[in-house]
Design a protein around this ligand. Structure first.
Ligand code: CP3
Length: 373
């Protein structure tokens, strides 16, 4: 891989604005609900274990070492775009990195998924969490973004991301992955004030982190609220929605304030099993809403309305099916989006390990081919 001495984002000169090409890309136009020549596509977890090149790197370094090494993180980010010919890059990192400096004791254990060794159990445990500066303690993500921006083709936008506070809180409270989120919900009901303090602490970190990612060269940001669909609508309204509204407003205002007259920073708000929550997600006024596959794309879009772009929504398991089935399901989604600006094709959740690479490439080819006007 080529290395770059200067990893700072290039300054904008009158003769050549290096951000212009990405700004005019199909992905960024779709975020703004402008007409595009074809439907842009990128895939959550587009860099990962389904790729031989990724597995080769992982034989030498652990997942956390990979995330903390800007040169390697940048390499796998760029490699995914080169291999797949997709329309956007997403910085290689993980939502749980934000929890490590809090003193959570983060470990990615082999085969078991993430483990939080010091989970929050009592209301007082929230007070013991150490707030910190994202720029200094997880500065390696910002370094990876700077390096990646300098290595990517100029017309490929780079997406930054963070976990949303509920999904992050669920890992802190459960100590890892969960099916029913009992510990999270019991804590939330029993210790309402402490839960709100935890959500506020995480929200403050998320705002600072995403603004730092944008300042380092991320041209759009995605909030992953992967597990929020486990909540009822009334619990979401009470315990989560005010935090999401604050975060998205603060990111958009903060970005505008540090770039007067500059480009708007699109925010993508993603969750799974959120069919019942779509009006509430819409209330936080992101630019794009990520939809999973459980609801047809057009039905989800009708619920949130035409003020939003949408991202989605192929079931990741379809990528294991024969190509004729993949094609049929892709055409169905593209037909459902027809006639509306602002569709970014994606899976309804991340690519699963073991997905055949040739089917991922086939998906991207047919989305481009079938949607081209
Ligand atoms: O999309 C991309 O290519 C960027 C990288 C990315 C990763 N994780 C890399 C990763 C992104 C955007 C994430 C987000 C993430 N991480 C989410 C939200 C999205 C979602 O899937 O719901 C969540 C919940 C996590 C937490 C997480 N990280 C889990 C539950 C796991 C273990 C499960 C698994 O798939 O192994 C991880 C590990 C992880 N994050 C891997 C990758 C490539 C696999 C690590 C490995 O190499 O062994």
């Amino acid at each position: 891989m080529e290395t770059s001495q200067n990893t700072e984002p290039k300054t904008v000169s009158k003769s050549h604005n290096p951000w212009a090409a990405a700004y005019e890309s199909a992905f960024m136009k779709a975020c703004r609900r402008e007409k595009t020549e074809y439907t842009p596509i990128w895939l959550m977890r587009q860099a990962g274990r389904y790729q031989a090149s990724y597995r080769a790197i992982r034989e030498k370094v652990s997942f956390l070492e990979l995330c903390k090494n800007p040169k390697l993180a940048s390499q796998v980010t760029v490699q995914a775009v080169e291999d797949l010919q997709c329309d956007a890059a997403i910085i290689f990192a993980d939502i749980l990195l934000l929890l490590e400096p809090l003193g959570a004791g983060l470990e990615f254990a082999k085969g078991d998924g993430p483990v939080i060794h010091n989970p929050v159990k009592l209301a007082d445990d929230v007070k013991r969490l150490r707030s910190y500066s994202t720029a200094s303690e997880i500065g390696y993500v910002m370094d990876a973004i700077k390096l990646t921006r300098s290595q990517l083709p100029e017309n490929i936008p780079l997406i930054g991301f963070s976990g949303a506070p509920f999904t992050l809180a669920s890992y802190l409270l459960e100590g890892g992955a969960s099916k029913n989120f009992e510990k999270t919900k019991i804590f939330m009901y029993k210790n309402q004030e402490a839960f709100s303090s935890l959500m506020t602490l995480l929200s403050d970190l998320i705002i600072e982190y995403l603004l730092a990612q944008a300042a380092s060269g991320a041209q759009a940001v995605q909030l992953f609220d992967s597990w929020v669909g486990c909540l009822s609508q009334s619990d979401y309204e009470l315990f989560v929605q005010p935090h999401m509204m604050r975060i998205i407003t603060a990111i958009q205002n903060g970005h505008q304030a540090s770039n007067p007259g500059g480009a708007h920073l699109p925010v993508i708000h993603f969750g799974t099993s959120t069919a019942h929550l779509l009006p509430n997600l819409a209330a936080a006024k992101s630019d794009v809403i990520g939809l999973d596959w459980r609801l047809p794309l057009n039905k989800g879009w009708d619920i949130i309305g035409t003020d939003f772009a949408v991202q989605g929504n192929l079931d990741p398991v379809v990528l294991f099916a024969p190509q004729a089935e993949i094609k049929k399901q892709v055409q169905l989604i593209l037909d459902q989006a027809k006639g509306r600006n602002g569709h970014i094709f994606n899976l309804g959740h991340g690519i699963l390990p073991g997905t055949p690479v040739e089917n991922v490439k086939y998906l991207i080819e047919i989305v481009h081919e079938y949607s081209r006007i």
